[in-house]
Design a protein around this ligand. Structure first.
Ligand SMILES: [Zn+2]
Length: 296
């Protein structure tokens, strides 16, 4: 794994050096008015990413009208994504236009929609070894292309904003793992595993989630965030996993300038489940029930 880490960072630095030169990139931190709250959200705009969405990210279709998989064929579709490294069953594609942050797409070599336990095991291990935040846009939870399961990896010091918040309580514990609640406006379960049995319990359960959600891995810890939908009301842009974990990538400068803490919070509460609500407790209870049922 150290070799993989080196390859990924070095490739990004080379490409980043070229793309950064002509980029216009802005970043701001939004905080609530209540000074006792430590929660904050980060918003990024990059002209390079805006250009990418307007050109290379446009879906391509074959003669039968079927969308070509830009993950299986990153070059054929002109996506600009660069095959950089491989594990035993997953491949890393560098997003060269995402100059604000070291960004990789991590896809299964098999073209399939649903994740398997071995995918999550690898993604968690990679996040631990390489110190990156790894997250997945799932069905109705920010996915823009569902037929091919993939994750995204970005290098953010200390992980995405949401997971830096304090623990407010323990939801569940057994000899192999502990589930904690985070102090964040929307529900996030922080799951620390002690051994391989705990990991198997968690990953098997995540694979069985039958409703929208986003998983995230950072520093060996797994986070699960239940969702309601991809698009917030009164907004024409999608909230992906990065957005619900507190890092919003705006597609236009206007959108970036207009984003305030309260507006961001409204969108979060629209697309995900409010902390402490009955929906949050229902999801938690369902998750724990599944966890106890899975055979490992
Ligand atoms: Zn594919």
């Amino acid at each position: 794994m150290p070799d993989l880490n080196t390859v990924l960072r070095e490739t990004w630095e080379q490409v980043h050096g070229q793309t950064m030169k002509d980029d216009v990139c802005k970043r701001k931190i939004l905080r609530p008015e209540d000074p006792t709250k430590r929660q904050y959200l980060t918003v990024i705009y990059s002209q390079n990413i805006e250009k990418w969405y307007l050109t290379q990210a446009i879906p391509q279709f074959d003669a039968n009208g079927k969308q070509i998989c830009f993950l299986c064929d990153p070059e054929e579709t002109g996506s600009g994504l660069i095959k950089t490294a491989k594990s035993d069953h997953m491949t890393f594609l560098l997003h060269p236009r995402c100059s604000a942050i070291c960004h990789y797409l991590i896809l299964t070599d098999e073209h399939r929609p649903n994740p398997k336990v071995k995918d999550f095991r690898f993604l968690r291990e990679f996040s631990t070894q390489c110190g990156s935040s790894v997250f997945c846009n799932m069905k109705n939870s920010g996915a823009s292309f569902e037929p091919h399961f993939h994750a995204q990896s970005i290098f953010v010091e200390n992980g995405l904003p949401a997971i830096k918040n304090e623990i407010t309580g323990i939801a569940y514990t057994n000899p192999h793992l502990t589930i904690r609640r985070l102090d964040f406006p929307i529900q996030i379960m922080e799951i620390s595993t002690i051994d391989r049995i705990g990991q198997n319990q968690v990953f098997n359960t995540i694979c069985q989630i039958d409703r929208p959600y986003n998983p995230l891995f950072y520093n060996g810890v797994t986070y699960v965030l239940p969702r309601i939908k991809s698009f917030p009301n009164n907004a024409n842009f999608k909230f992906g996993a990065a957005e619900v974990f507190g890092l919003s990538f705006c597609k236009t400068l206007e959108e970036y300038n207009a984003t305030t803490y309260d507006q961001y919070l409204d969108h979060l509460l629209d697309v995900a489940v409010e902390s402490g609500s009955s929906a949050a407790l229902d999801f938690e209870a369902w998750f724990i029930d599944q966890l106890e049922k899975v055979s490992v």
